[in-house]
Ligand binder design. Structure first.
Ligand code: E4P
Length: 220
């Protein structure tokens, strides 16, 4: 399973990329707006830090406008994936870009029917938003199960990229269902390291070790 980081905060990405566990990055217009920086600068910097795919989203809503924006965004770096919304124009744009060899991430997916269309449009990634479905009383993970089943039945190459992740449990459930990627907010990725028994166990080991007066490197 691949881990992408869901942020446009370059300092956070740099910090987490140093762990060696970051396979890519996803951004969206809200995350870029939050960074307060020009999109071309932010995306270029992220692409320098992370060699994996970096999703940059178009903001035009018509096919011609989306294509123009996509071509500009794709020119920023070699590892860009163009993000388009799951609309008629978005999927038309996805088909043209995918046929031309540009990876596309189809975002704002909330149903299996939409995910089926994204796969047929040649998307490299489909992004179902589990947290936002949970927010309205649906079960976001049920959608992941449906998409994984449908894609397997037809051997679609589109990767299931679980988005709108709100906590470590979403990542675990996505992994159990065989999702290809989870895009994880930095705070959630940090939470995944934590367990109180790890902290307690380490504290006890170090206390016992201190009593010996030994130092490992003192014996090298
Ligand atoms: C990812 O591609 C999406 O932009 C992101 O996961 C949305 O998450 P949110 O629902 O927390 O805004």
């Amino acid at each position: 399973m691949k881990f992408f980081i869901d942020t446009a905060d370059v300092a956070e990405i740099r910090d987490l990329a140093a762990t060696g566990l970051v396979d890519g990055v996803t951004t969206n217009p809200s995350l870029v707006a939050k960074s307060g920086r020009p999109i071309a600068d932010v995306i270029a910097e992220i692409c320098d830090v992370v060699p994996g795919p970096v999703s940059a989203e178009v903001t035009a809503t018509d096919h011609a406008g989306m294509l123009k924006e996509a071509r500009f965004l794709a020119s920023i770096a070699k590892n860009i994936a163009i993000k388009v919304p799951l609309t008629v124009d978005g999927l038309r744009t996805c088909k043209v870009l995918s046929d031309g060899g540009t990876p596309v991430n189809v975002t704002l997916c909330f149903s299996a029917a939409q995910a089926l269309l994204a796969a047929k449009a040649g998307a490299s990634y489909v992004s179902p938003f589990v947290g936002r479905l949970d927010d309205i009383g649906a079960v976001g993970m049920d959608l992941i199960a449906e998409i994984v089943e449908i894609y397997a039945a037809y051997d679609f190459k589109t990767a299931v990229l679980v988005a709108s992740v709100r906590g470590p449990q979403h990542v675990i459930e996505a992994a159990k269902l065989g999702a290809d990627v989870a895009t994880i907010p930095p705070a959630v990725l940090r939470q995944m390291y934590k367990h109180p028994l790890t902290d307690k166990g380490l504290e006890a080991f170090l206390a016992d070790w201190a009593k010996t007066g030994q130092s490992i490197l003192g014996q090298a």
